[in-house]
Design a protein around this ligand. Sequence first.
Ligand code: ATP
Length: 238
Amino acid sequence: MSEAMLSIKGLQVAYGGIQAVKGIDIDIHEKELVTLIGANGAGKTTTMKAITGLKTWTGGDITYMGQSIRGVPSYELLKRGLAMVPEGRGIFARMTILENMRMGAYLRNDESAIRSDIERMFGFFPRLKERQSQLAGTLSGGEQQMLAMARALISRPKLLLLDEPSMGLSPIMVEKIFEVVREISSEGLTVLLVEQNARLALQAANRGYVMDSGLISMSGDAKEMLHDPKVRAAYLGE
Ligand code: ATP
């Protein structure tokens, strides 16, 4: 296979004396949808934070498009096409939906293409279109998740990182979010999806990694993992 778009090698991350990530390897190739699943506190969010420049690491390295991203700040990574939809969404509560979406385009100046991207997002999420002048802070959790995804996609990322997009959402909202994840992935966007909903994540993904107490305990083809007895017992509630 060609060189990975994102390559994590021997990554270690600590909070004070506590090792949250204990030396993990993850590769994501162009156009792949890779999922990282695992229980609460396994270290998934910490891994995401390391990738996006929000947490320094103590060992190993992360390369993106062939270059180490150690010490590269988040805004620079975004410029290079690495966009994250954080857990808890991070939308701007006092701005409208439309203003939030436009924030996703702040590095762009191709106004007509920005407008057509916004329309495309409204196509994915008609509810956002209906409410485009509404303050984002008044949206439901599911609507905020849609908005956070729309905002990230409007930056036209090369690699989209999604941290627990299904968290706290109703089954209908979860289905809608995953429908869009599958769609953007089928169009060729490279995605890293961190999820506690292992079934949905593995159904959508090409490959999966299981994280357990700061280590990768298993990895492989997502569909094969769905049928793996260990995964089924530990993560699919069977
Ligand atoms: P969840 O699904 O619950 O978000 P996770 O797999 O994303 O879990 P992390 O949030 O990465 O897990 O946490 C990994 C470990 O690091 C946990 O033991 C957690 O308590 C610890 N941890 C996370 N953030 C901090 C922090 N700011 N200070 C100290 N310890 C932290």
